[in-house]
Ligand binder design. Structure first.
Ligand code: PMP
Length: 353
């Protein structure tokens, strides 16, 4: 039996209870097969149905154009920090890429890319990640193979509410922590990736949406499991995929669809996050969110208590009190401290209230 817990975790995070119940109900005997998805070959028609349905749901929910491939890969978001340059930095002969760094996840991605080519850091001197500097101050390189950014910085709570203008250079975005929290125009991107463990499922699988004409440019040292062309040519079944995680994603996507899709998620996520930001804003500085109002994340809300830099004793009191009320995983990331409330799709309005 589930206890009455409100999970504000940053990921792995809350799943819709109905998804867990369905997974439990189907665990011992999936769809009359007499076995569990955990025990099923990825070459069976039952698993083909699962992965095809998952892909079709993603295509429908995000309106993914025909000329994009959808891949289900291993290695998490971090795997994609390597896979992106391994597959795309060789698109142009200079082998360079622009990285817009707005928090630790884009900084880590840039550092990994430096192994494979030249990386131009856009505003590398931000020591505190609390804003997105005006795009007029970015010096983008027109001969870059791609421009990379993290759409929502999970630790800092900095979210892009616009798509950067990059002229003819393709855009790559890490949407691990705001994927399917709102509609997105996929056609504006060369590649989007997202680990599943925040908005669309559990850990173990990462979705990659990549424009078909970018395939086939991997560096020769690219590990075969990370090679987009190989994975696309094998419908993500070049090797054994994370079968159970893909199955859980299917259930979560069905849940998103039956709850109104990306548009409905956006409305709900706006409401949930506004509730909390409003309290912070009207608390006369008792609660303090350091992030610029223009780029405050709807998914991850970091805040301090008592004073701007945070009163650690008060914050401990808050966390202990929250925990007594069943509200868990509110502690800020160890690199920034304070409190962080993550409000992914499965967190309800009542939870936020
Ligand atoms: N990108 C973002 C935005 C993240 O929040 C995370 C994980 N929290 C990662 C990448 C890394 O993902 P993983 O742990 O799956 O490698």
């Amino acid at each position: 039996e589930k206890k009455n817990i409100i999970n504000f975790g940053a990921g792995p995070a809350k799943l819709p209870p109905s998804v867990l119940i369905q997974a439990q109900r189907e665990l011992l005997n999936y769809s009359g097969t007499g076995i569990s998805v955990l025990e099923m070959s990825h070459r069976t028609s039952d698993f083909s149905n699962i992965i095809n349905t998952t892909e079709n749901l993603l295509r429908e929910l995000l309106n993914i154009p025909e000329n994009y491939k959808v891949l289900f890969l291993h290695g998490g978001g971090t795997g994609q920090f390597s896979a992106v340059p391994l597959n795309l930095i060789g698109l142009k002969k200079d082998r360079c890429a622009d990285y817009i760094v707005t928090g630790i996840w884009s900084a880590k991605a840039a550092k990994e890319a430096e192994k494979y080519g030249k990386v131009n850091l856009i505003h590398p001197n931000l020591d505190r990640y609390t804003s997105i500097p005006d795009s007029s101050s970015w010096s983008l390189n027109p001969s870059a193979s791609y421009v990379y950014y993290c759409c929502n910085e999970t630790v800092h709570g900095v979210e892009f509410n616009f798509i950067p203008e990059t002229k003819d250079v393709i855009i790559v975005s890490d949407m691990s922590s705001n994927f399917l929290s709102r509609p997105i125009d996929v056609s504006k991107f060369g590649l989007i990736f997202a680990g599943a463990q925040k908005n669309i499922g559990c850990a173990g699988v990462t979705v990659v949406i990549v424009k078909e004409d970018l395939l086939g440019n991997a560096l020769k040292e690219c590990p075969i499991v990370l090679d987009y062309q190989v994975q696309a040519g094998n419908s993500s079944l070049y090797n054994t995929p994370s079968c159970f995680s893909i199955y859980i994603m299917k259930l979560v996507l069905e849940w998103i669809k039956s709850n109104g899709g990306a548009e409905a998620m956006e409305i709900l996520n706006k409401k949930k996050s506004s509730l909390i930001y409003d309290i912070i804003n009207t608390s006369n500085g008792f609660y303090c969110c350091p992030i610029d109002v223009s780029c405050r994340s709807r998914m991850n809300i970091p805040f301090r208590i008592g004073k701007k830099e945070g009163d650690e004793a008060l914050e401990k009191l808050f966390l202990d009190g929250a925990s007594k009320l069943g509200m868990i995983s509110l502690k800020g990331h160890r690199s920034v401290g304070g409190i962080r409330a993550s409000l992914y799709n499965a967190v309800t309005l009542e939870d936020a209230q």
